[in-house]
Design a protein around this ligand. Structure first.
Ligand SMILES: [Ca+2]
Ligand SMILES: [Ca+2]
Length: 491
């Protein structure tokens, strides 16, 4: 096996014996709520930290860990990490997590006072694992690493899967007490090693027995970034099985560049089933080719950069319209462009609400923003979409509270069916992350069933029941469909 030593182990190793507190914790209180890797941290309340460090211990410039929490269940080790500065976890840092899988300093590589069998450098998105004496280069998949949020912040939660790889199982990861140590290789700042005893208790079963809407009056929205894969002949069966299982009322695609709206509708129509109006209509707008396939006519389409707004007339099945913004914000490191488009979208929502664009929306019209928001940079972009905080007020006007009752919009944050995760994208290189969002005016609609549809790891019985194959969702594209049943006009 190839040997790789990408990191320096001679970095100054510092303890902070006066102001650092390490707790030898024997796992979690089983009565505490389960951990959900969603980038929100209420689920960690009541848990005892493994390590905390008071704010004044070192200069504020040097990055350091200021708190570490751990929890676990039958499948995952969960960690909550708090730093003294805002960072992107998977870029531009040299923070390394070391795992002494057998709590034995004489096995593994000597790191401080532990013998580490695994190391993972978050900012480089790689690490090593000692297997049979060889140092094996690994990426996130070998640990089953999932982290949230994907944006700049000072607090992260992450999960490592006990049996993510045969190599990890060979190390008996999670079979007994393990020891953790986190060190910033740039500053040398390190926490003292801490011991953790996993409980490995079982997790709750699937939230819902099936994939269907709870009520036929709910309007099922499925959003899916298909990134040019939608018309590929070898993808057709996977797409067909996925959409047939989900039965969308509104199918919203992003980056569906190839084909006209009608060609795409015709391609997917066999999977959609009967329309509640007898029609399947199709529209396409925005520089990143959002496509809406709908039983209800669209009365207004407004391109908003890569994204687009659709005003869908739901009458007579419902007493009014649905204002749907298809999100397809600029990706990756394009923070400025992404912020500008978030500003543009919310400026449009403000004008739309105030009746200053094409007659505007009737008071109380449900508003939903759905699609690939690509939020992997500065957190202000989400704040713009939720709270109407417009950054470039010269270009896009004043900030405002976007909901009809002058409150913020709500971030639905759907969970996967089979695991306590909310990621909607899984690919090579970067960690799985939540890129796709459903944001809505909670004063004007409620949400029924909602989930991220990853087929990998679904129970065999569910796969069989819906005639889907385990690799169907990733075989469509790296983005997974996100599903929300909209409860409109109190129906
Ligand atoms: Ca959480
Ligand atoms: Ca060891």
């Amino acid at each position: 096996m190839a040997s790789l030593r990408p990191f320096s182990f001679s970095a100054l190793y510092l303890y902070f014996p006066i102001l650092a507190f390490a707790f030898f914790q024997n796992s979690q209180d089983a009565s505490l709520p389960a951990i959900l890797i969603d980038g929100c941290f209420e689920d960690w309340q009541g848990r005892t930290p493994l390590f905390v460090q008071e704010q004044a211990a070192v200069s504020p410039e040097a990055l350091r860990l200021s708190g570490l929490w751990a929890a676990d269940d039958a499948d995952y080790l969960y960690l909550k990490l708090v730093f003294n500065n805002n960072i992107l976890l998977q870029e531009n840092n040299r923070i390394i997590l070391y795992l002494d899988c057998d709590d034995e300093p004489h096995t593994g590589k000597a790191i401080g006072d532990i013998g580490a069998e695994v190391a993972f450098a978050f900012g480089q998105r790689q690490g090593w694992m000692l297997v049979n004496g060889d140092s094996l280069s690994i990426e996130y998949e070998a640990l089953g690493l999932v982290a949230a949020p994907a944006t700049y912040t000072d607090t992260f939660e992450l999960a490592l899967q006990w049996n993510a790889s045969p190599e990890l199982e060979r190390l008996h990861f999670g079979d007994g007490p393990l020891r953790l140590l986190i060190r910033d290789e740039d500053s040398g700042n390190a926490m003292p090693s801490v011991l953790y005893q996993p409980l490995r208790q079982g997790r709750a079963p699937l939230k819902w027995p099936g994939l269907e809407k709870a009520d036929s009056r709910h309007l099922r929205l499925v959003t899916h970034n298909v990134n040019r894969h939608h018309l590929q002949p070898d993808k057709r069966d996977a797409f067909t099985r996925v959409y047939r299982a989900l039965q969308p009322d509104l199918l919203l695609l992003e980056e569906a560049y190839d084909g006209t709206a009608e060609e795409i509708r015709d391609y997917f129509q066999p999977a959609l089933g009967p329309s509640p109006t007898g029609l399947w209509l199709a529209y396409k707008a925005g520089a990143e080719a959002t496509v809406l396939i709908t039983p209800y006519p669209v009365h207004e389409i407004v391109p908003l950069g890569n994204s687009a707004a659709y005003l869908i007339d739901l009458r007579p099945n419902y007493p009014g319209s649905l204002a749907l913004v298809a999100l397809s914000l600029p990706c990756c490191r394009q923070d400025s462009a992404r912020q500008a488009e978030a500003d543009q979208i919310m400026a449009f929502v403000r004008h739309w609400r105030k009746g200053s664009v094409d007659g505007g929306l009737a008071e109380g019209t449900p508003i939903v923003l759905a699609g690939d928001a690509n939020l992997v940079g500065y957190p202000e972009q989400l704040a713009t979409l939720l709270y109407g905080r417009i950054q470039d007020s010269l270009a896009y006007g004043a900030s405002f509270s976007p909901d009809w009752d002058d409150s913020p919009f709500t971030d639905l944050c759907p969970q996967q069916l089979q695991r306590p995760m909310t990621f909607t994208w899984r690919g090579k290189g970067f960690f799985p992350g939540r890129l796709d969002y459903i944001i809505y005016s909670d004063s004007a609609l409620r949400i029924g069933r909602n989930f991220v549809f990853d087929t990998v790891g679904l129970p065999e019985s569910l796969l069989k029941q819906y005639d889907i194959r385990e690799q169907d969702a990733p075989n469509t594209y790296k983005h997974q469909p996100v599903v929300a049943d909209l409860i409109l006009y109190n129906q």
